[in-house]
Ligand binder design. Structure first.
Ligand code: HMG
Ligand code: MG
Length: 316
């Protein structure tokens, strides 16, 4: 007798019916690989992720190629993905730090862009070569021009829960930068636990503080790293607070080349497994996604750190 598929679907109270997964593997994952992945492998990766049912796949970055050489092929990659956006079924957001980046992205037809701020001064300096306020001043015209051109703009906010150089990050400091990104016109904010130190009570406290500041939860997404094994617990806390957009990276790829101790992002497969069990729709075909991460791990020459990928790819 064939066993019933697992996990068993047992809904829990207080959760959304559907979650939009913002897949960041091709960008946040591959930007951190020591070896640069060939462009045709990246293109195949994005196509496989879309075929697995992911409708938002962050494809690459239009940053300075010397800062992130792993993504220096953005001009070559993005046009190879045009078939995905043509029918409107898949969004392919890209990172743009400044007007130069925005112009490079829109010249290729990008319709969704993301700026990326930091809640802390040290990371702003290391990631953007600017103070927090200087980086916000760099983003303001980018967001204004993108909104004027009818683009969707995401505002990342990194180091929301802790910083490897500065330690604790006070909630008001996070709220201040989130407020600046919201006031600038970002459609959506993604709250980054860049080094994975958050715990669920901390997540709830930040979401409460943002709500008190008048930033509605439907404009928020969460971006957890699994350094201390807390990413799924933190995600559940966020969902219980009304968040419905969750960032994740296929196979748990990722980290950040500019943040000491940042290990992999929450693995998309681990997220989908939990949401399937909870009866929360994602539209993702877990088997196809696992097969994609196993394929990518073969290309990278090391196994995926995702527990779910490991379990489902060793069924015998
Ligand atoms: P800078 O050196 O201060 O740049 O870098 P600048 O404005 O002084 O310009 C210097 C030169 O760079 C100029 O060329 C510009 O044209 C060129 P020159 O006149 O000397 O020949 N330039 C560019 N070239 C191509 N594309 C561009 C661009 N901009 C300037 N867009 C800059 C400032 C922001 C450009 C640089 O610091 C940079 O590219 N940083 C990006 C770093 C990055 O991508 N980090 C990873 C992001 S991940 C993250 O933030 C966390 C996140 O994943 C969430 C989480 O996990 O928490 C989002
Ligand atoms: Mg990340």
């Amino acid at each position: 007798m064939t066993p019933q598929p697992l996990p068993m679907r047992v809904p829990a109270a207080g959760l959304p019916a559907r979650v939009r997964i913002h897949e960041v593997g091709p960008r946040d994952g591959l930007q951190n690989e020591k070896a640069t992945v060939p462009t045709d492998v990246k293109a195949a990766f994005v196509h496989r992720l879309a075929a697995a049912g992911l409708t938002t796949v962050e494809a690459t970055s239009f940053v300075h190629p010397k800062w992130v050489p792993q993504l220096a092929d953005a001009e070559d990659l993005y046009p190879r993905l045009a078939d995905l956006t043509a029918e409107g079924a898949v969004d392919l957001p890209v990172l743009v730090p400044n007007i130069r980046g925005l112009e490079r992205a829109t010249a290729l037809g990008a319709r969704r862009v993301a700026v990326f701020a930091s809640a802390t001064e040290t990371f702003a300096r290391r990631n953007l070569n600017r103070t927090v306020d200087e980086s916000l001043a760099m983003f303001a015209p980018v967001v204004a021009q993108a909104k004027n051109d009818g683009l969707h703009v995401r505002g990342y906010l990194s180091m929301c829960f802790g910083d490897p150089w500065e330690g604790r990050v006070p909630l008001p400091q996070v709220v201040r930068t989130a407020r600046a990104l919201a006031d600038m016109g970002c459609d959506e904010l993604s709250l980054g636990d860049t080094i994975g130190v958050a715990t669920p009570g901390h997540v709830a406290a930040l979401l409460d503080a943002l709500a008190q500041d008048g930033i509605p939860v439907d404009r928020l997404g969460v971006h957890f790293h699994d350094t201390y094994g807390q990413a799924l617990a933190n995600t559940l806390a966020a969902l219980q607070h009304g968040v419905t957009t969750v960032d994740a990276s296929a196979g748990g790829l990722g980290g950040c080349p500019f943040a000491r101790s940042a290990t992999g992002n929450l693995a998309t497969e681990d997220l989908v497994w939990m949401l399937q069990g909870l009866g929360v729709e994602t539209g993702v075909d877990l088997d196809a996604l696992v097969a994609t991460s196993v394929w990518m791990a073969d290309r990278l020459g090391r196994p995926s750190p995702s527990r779910t990928v490991t379990a489902l790819s060793h069924k015998e």
